[in-house]
Design a protein around this ligand. Sequence first.
Ligand SMILES: [Zn+2]
Length: 112
Amino acid sequence: MSFALAILENTIRIAKERNAWVIRKIRVEVGELLMINPEQLEFCFRSISKGTVAESAVLEIEIAKARVMCDRCGSKLNSPYTPCRCGGYGRVYGGKDMILKTVSMEVDDAQG
Ligand SMILES: [Zn+2]
């Protein structure tokens, strides 16, 4: 699954940059509109991270809600399908991104 792979590739890159030897915890935020099943994402991540520095990392997945706001007055709306009281229509913001929020790791301080 491409999302799991994206998380893994990014964490490994960060670990390399910081000289980390093991990754403890990864927190990602996924937009609800991506329709990601957190359990499935974790399962994929587990299977592809075997043998990497992220093998034993705890993966925390947060679902970020999309917001709907009126494109005319900026009021918060419940759905993009119901018009606002001002006659404007709702526009969806957020909910489509995957953000790697924090990566906790053990860094080898010894230089050389
Ligand atoms: Zn409005």
